[in-house]
Write a protein that binds this ligand. Structure first.
Ligand code: KIV
Length: 282
């Protein structure tokens, strides 16, 4: 199908007869190759990296350098997907200069665009990044970098007034020039209203089926992360379970001496072995 550019993604509104966009997170080269071979349209090198790969309890712990390190690993796999680099907390909060420099770091690591969380409050920074010719994906609703301000990972927009603000925020992001918007953790009706209200695609996670695309976290959809499965996740495999079983079989074979066998070992020619024997070990 070929790699989608940001303008091509912007034109992929479902109401214009386009298939829903498929986005998945990935954080390394093997993950990128799997997403690419599976035909994903976009790979998001998400700051969920913090939780699903690096073992932190929230996304606030990753830095722009962590994000660049993993974006570069994804890019080196040359996936046939648009790569979105996620701007981590504090990478776009301090000054326009720092914000643009951090977005540029992600692009130089191999991203084709960047994503950042927040609505109208973030517009000045978004405009600066877009001014620097870097495509921006918005992200509103449940924004995990605001976990402390929101009081936890809570569905957003359940009250009509808050829902109305989310629609306004999405309109502002579209007006500022974002090429797509992630809608996370919002009621189906709110996602539907936002999707109707803007001309750029919405990509949902925990936002129901009316979005122009969907995104899931790699470790959730493949069943690598099994400690907590949010309601909106559909697990398409049990890679954690299969991996534990495979490791148990390996451990049992090592302990019983069944691994490695003759074919899994290197051998000398018989005459060399004979000569070695004649000389003795010393
Ligand atoms: O970091 C991430 O994985 C994300 C998705 C949940 C949209 O931002």
């Amino acid at each position: 199908m070929g790699k989608l550019t940001a303008p091509a993604i912007a034109a992929k509104k479902a109401r214009n007869g386009n298939d829903p966009l498929v986005m998945v997170t990935a954080y390394d080269a093997p993950g990128a190759r799997i997403a690419s071979e599976a035909g994903a349209d976009l790979i998001l090198v998400g700051d969920s990296l913090a939780m699903v790969v690096l073992g932190y309890d929230d996304t606030l712990q990753v830095t722009i350098d962590d994000m660049c390190h993993h974006t570069a690993a994804v890019a080196r796999a040359k996936p046939d997907c648009h790569i979105v680099g996620d701007m981590p907390w504090m990478a776009y909060h301090v000054s326009p200069e720092e914000t643009v420099a951090n977005a540029a770091k992600l692009m130089r690591s191999g991203a084709h665009s960047v994503k950042l969380e927040g609505g109208r409050k973030r517009l000045p920074m978004i405009e600066k990044i877009i001014d620097a010719e870097i495509p921006v994906m918005g992200h509103i609703g449940l924004t995990p970098q605001s976990i402390h301000a929101m009081g936890g990972f809570k569905v957003q927009g359940k009250q009509a007034e808050h829902a109305r603000k989310l629609v306004q925020a999405a309109k502002s992001l579209a007006h500022a020039g974002c090429f797509a918007v992630v809608l996370e953790g919002v009621p189906v009706r709110v996602a539907e209203m936002v999707t109707e209200a803007i001309d750029i695609p919405t990509i949902g996670i925990g936002a129901g089926s009316h979005c122009d695309g969907q995104v899931l976290v790699y470790h959730d959809l493949l069943g690598i992360e099994d400690r907590f499965v949010p309601k909106f996740v559909r697990r398409y495999a049990d890679i954690k379970g299969a991996s534990v079983e495979a490791m148990k079989a390996y451990a049992a074979d090592v302990r019983s001496g069944a691994f490695p066998n003759h074919d899994e070992s290197y051998h000398m020619a018989d005459e060399e072995a004979e000569e070695l024997h004649l000389y003795g070990a010393g």
